[in-house]
Design a protein around this ligand. Sequence first.
Ligand SMILES: NC(=O)c1ccc[n+]([C@@H]2O[C@H](COP(=O)([O-])OP(=O)(O)OC[C@H]3O[C@@H](n4cnc5c(N)ncnc54)[C@H](OP(=O)(O)O)[C@@H]3O)[C@@H](O)[C@H]2O)c1
Length: 267
Amino acid sequence: MEALELLGEPDGLPAFPLPAGLAGRYPGSLGFPEEWVYANFVETLDGVVALPEVPRANRLIADASDTDHFVMALLRACAHVVLVGSGTLRASPSSKWLPESVYPAAAAELAELRTALGLDPQPRLAIVTGGRSSLALPEGAAARTTVLTTRAGAERLGGELPGVEIVPVSEGDEVDVRAAVAALRERGHARILSEGGPTVFASCLRAGLIDELFLTLSPVVAGRAPVVREALGLVEGEPFLPETRVGATLRGVRRSGSHLFLRYGLG
Ligand SMILES: NC(=O)c1ccc[n+]([C@@H]2O[C@H](COP(=O)([O-])OP(=O)(O)OC[C@H]3O[C@@H](n4cnc5c(N)ncnc54)[C@H](OP(=O)(O)O)[C@@H]3O)[C@@H](O)[C@H]2O)c1
């Protein structure tokens, strides 16, 4: 992995005791309050996070950055639960949503960090879905998965997903993301890493749920031509400006080669 270099961060950020093998790779501090929602994305120079019809689009968007995988693994290792939307789940059918699965070279240190933080060996997987279509879970993940859905979705999915915790959090077609986060917290899953796509991220932003955003800026251009292919930006489905200003405060800048690793406080 190309080294991560700290270019700046304010004093006084929370700092977890990272095992030496992780601290050596991630300069500066990394830590979170007990109850926190933090999101992680990689986007191209022109703000594209997803090319839904393109095979291996995540790799193209990240420009095959090993460091981006390392940061993703580290952020997963700090979480009680990784939250995704059904769109992201379907786009990555082979993902296990575990720290070590995205960066196996640091598996031992990532496990050590979870132990030091008093976390279960594996983060839970939470899926937000209206439940109108079937879901395929990662192999062996049923017992650590919570599906956050609507009342109708719970009725529909209940018979299809044996061993999975299915929690109806709202009426209607769409999941109330505020109620979804509250349901996770009631179950003790206080520190939530949102790896949902731009639609879930937009709903969470609208609800004021996101405390921090970790954003990798990849040095490639995706381009947009809606007739040729779909390209999703960081936030989809919610218009904010001009009515609503969602502002962010820069809390960290790191660099690895030409990739920038940005950390923003929101709200
Ligand atoms: N570059 C990155 O860092 C990054 C990160 C994450 C994802 N992605 C990519 O983003 C793409 C998927 O984007 P996406 O926006 O479709 O996925 P998403 O945000 O993960 O999932 C969206 C789906 O969640 C369900 N949903 C239910 N209630 C919702 C609510 N209140 N708000 C929002 N969604 C709700 C809806 O589907 P149903 O109700 O029909 O189930 C909705 O279509 C994939 O290509 C993925 O690889 C990229």
